[in-house]
Design a protein around this ligand. Structure first.
Ligand SMILES: *Cc1c(COP(=O)(O)O)cnc(C)c1O
Ligand SMILES: [Zn+2]
Length: 425
């Protein structure tokens, strides 16, 4: 890509600096070309996507060794692209896996578990995982300014984690995001820029920005490192099940990275003999108003047809998903399926999760729950299945979505008889 970026990585002969962790080399997913660590996510030979290349001979930990480590994403560091000691965001990860019998009954499956990244640390969405990895990559490259193109949650995670790390941050979002997502970014003091247009317009702009200014944009030029953070959700699910794999996993899809990396993570655990049993069937969920990956899954083939998003599920409203083809392929090869749900269905999904499980999720989580209901009705989730729903974000960030759906709240004087009237009504 750009010459300004090529100068950023540390020369191989420079003395080790503990604040700059060593990073994985990269390999092209399409043509197999290998590259030294670099803040570039696209192959120079074939413009295929780059991903970290892990040394097959590296020593892997046992289950017992992993369990003895701190409860964060870094307990799986042998499968993450930060080779030296991570220096930033050491506390992200290890969110609860909740058993929800009432949700299982609603779905008609044997067991339903909620992987609850609504309480992810520090910014209440699964984007904390990917940003934790990307900021350590930025540190490894000695980059002092980071940023992102975001639908909201990524903006929150980059702003918070960059503030804590003392890095400058430039964050680009669509103009009309939810207020909570704008405030939940601006409060950390980044340079926050609202762009007229859709996320896809913001993304196109940021590709040029990365090239021009040499910043580490976590989901663009640092994407090869960033994406690997999503695998930790799969690792945690397996460990929290007692080193077992569930029958089915359902996740929301925006760029398609999470579902692709969950699939990769489960394969890596099996390859390392840390789990046995069948690979889970992978299911992907989108809002009907922005469902290019579901369309690709249903149509077949490998080419995403971009759409213009029209849904209240803004956090997953990406019309031209970077990893859409990989996501569709992972879903197909695992024997899973994809489903799209309407905005009304996703609001019912938010309420169902809250009422059955005590978890308040944002619109993307509502999409996941509603898609699970639809897949169960279609017989794609089966009565004997143990199903994990990946709940990726927090409902307090998108309260406007549910306000019209909730019953009116009575207002009374502080008088016992007014309570009695309500009880008797
Ligand atoms: C970004 C996001 C996703 C999906 O992420 P991709 O990896 O881009 O598919 C899902 N849920 C929430 C809440 C998100 O913010
Ligand atoms: Zn290539």
């Amino acid at each position: 890509m750009s010459s300004s970026l090529a100068a950023a990585p540390r020369a191989a002969s420079a003395p080790a600096d503990p604040s700059r962790p060593e990073l994985s080399p990269l390999v092209c997913r399409r043509c197999g070309a290998r590259f030294e660590p670099r803040p570039v996510a696209v192959c120079e030979e074939c413009i295929g996507p780059l991903e970290p290349a892990y040394a097959p001979e590296r020593t892997l930990p046992t289950r017992w060794q992993i369990e003895a480590r701190p409860r964060s994403i870094w307990r799986y560091r042998e499968w993450l692209p930060i080779l030296g000691e991570p220096v930033l965001s050491l506390d992200t990860g290890f969110t609860p896996l909740l058993d929800s019998p009432a949700l299982a009954r609603a779905l008609g499956v044997r067991r339903a578990l909620v992987k609850n990244d609504a309480v992810s640390h520090p910014t209440q969405s699964f984007k904390d995982r990917v940003v934790a990895v990307a900021l350590n990559a930025a540190a490894g490259f000695g980059l002092e300014t980071v940023g992102c193109a975001s639908t909201g949650n990524l903006a929150n995670a980059v702003a918070a984690q960059a503030a804590r790390a003392g890095l400058a941050a430039w964050i680009f979002i669509p103009e009309d995001l939810e207020l909570a997502k704008i405030v939940g970014t601006a409060v950390y003091g980044p340079r926050l820029v609202r762009v007229r247009g859709t996320y896809d317009d913001v993304n196109r702009l940021c590709v040029q920005v990365a090239d021009r200014f040499g910043w580490g944009l976590v989901n663009l030029n640092l994407r090869s490192y960033y994406g690997e953070g999503s695998k930790t959700m799969a690792f945690e699910i397996a460990e929290q099940l007692g080193w077992r794999l569930p029958d089915a996993v359902i996740a929301p899809m925006a760029g398609g990275s999470l579902v692709t990396k969950l699939d990769k993570g489960f394969h890596e655990l099996a390859d390392a003999h840390l789990v046995d049993g069948a690979h889970p069937r992978m299911f992907g969920a989108q809002a009907a108003g922005c469902a290019p990956i579901v369309n690709l899954f249903e149509r077949g083939g490998d080419a995403i047809e971009p759409v213009v998003p029209r849904t209240i599920a803004r956090s997953i409203a990406i019309g031209n998903p970077a990893d859409g083809a990989f996501a569709a392929r992972a879903i197909r090869s695992s024997g899973g399926a994809a489903a799209a749900v309407t905005d009304e269905e996703l609001v019912r999904g938010i309420r169902l999760l809250a009422e059955t499980t005590g978890v308040f999720t944002e619109t993307a989580g509502g999409v996941t729950v509603a898609a699970a209901l639809k897949l169960a009705r279609e017989g794609k989730l089966r009565a004997h299945d143990e199903v994990v729903l990946c709940i990726t974000g927090n409902g307090l960030k998108t309260i406007d979505a549910v306000v019209p759906a909730l019953p009116e709240t009575p207002v009374i004087s502080a008088k016992l008889r007014e309570v009695a009237a309500l009880v008797d009504a």
